[in-house]
Design a protein around this ligand. Sequence first.
Ligand SMILES: [Fe+2]
Length: 364
Amino acid sequence: MNELKISHDTAMFEVPAVVDAKGKLTEPCIREAAGMMDRYGLVILTNLLSDEEADFGLELMRQTVNDPARHRSSFASETDNLYVRRDFCSLPSTPPVMRFAGTLTQRLEGILSEFCGRSRPLLEIATFTSYWGSSHQYIHRDPSGVISLFAAVEDVSDQQGGTVFVPGTHMYGGAANTHGGQAYELMELFRTKTNARIAIYNLKKLWRMRQDTPARLAPGEFLDRVFSVKWDQHQPNILRFALGKNSQFSLRDIGPVTLWKLYRRRKTLAALFRPVQVAPRKGTVILYRSDLLHAGPDNRSQHPRRFFGMSIARDIIEAKYWHDGYSPHPTLTAQPVSFGDLLDGPALTEPPQALAPPVSAVAR
Ligand SMILES: [Fe+2]
């Protein structure tokens, strides 16, 4: 997305995963990764999963997405879900899913335990698929107090739309005092400026999609994405923008004072905030603090983009707040799982034949 000036160079946020004989990250690796989580709000761990493990995760996701009775996530861009531009759904707590989640958790224990106590709940396990024609999400924060993880179970290209992050915009004690006590105001200005560009980008793209393209709009889709009163936080919806109904980007955000500040602080904003888009290779795992500014870009290729995702709370969390941002599968709601349960539970084990495709993964 040219208008946004997004860097694709993520080298400074990457840590090559090094594991010990027990399959856990080594101490130096943990220290480096935890330091990045503190400094930037995210870390990209390359080669955390073997090819066999990633294949196992991909098969779980395929089986879930192909299940007509899958549990669709209640998600901030439900119009994209409705028109199959995205398919976000939660994974059931079957033994293969829990073994895969256990493998990730146990390997990452050294980092996760810096943030999450053993009793903290697993909020969701999900798959995030996006297809050609999806909207570019607005830059936003997820509900705070959560550590989230994306695992790439196959290579994700720039065009497929790996996640955009704005490093260093996470919130913590005293963060508001940085940048001369203006950190949060500057972050909001940056968010407003960027989201205005995203809205224009999405509108232009939708206009092009009216023509005969492989991502051609479905009947009613244009109106639903641009003029609908339906709740949706990530469409270029002019009506909800004008009515101030979109909490991510609305007319209320861009009064004359804000426009003046955007002009006056333009160089500061450009120097402070440098969004990066991750295009992870198969086996890479991204960890991030949920209140870090980020966005799921649109998929500009004909190849579906898939991520495996899970989130663990860092504190107690109100059920409503939890369900506003995360979509636990009914099996997880019925039988809650904690961080400690994942650490103590089964994992994928060597030899590789143990990683045969999870044939009965979604049997209920
Ligand atoms: Fe998000």
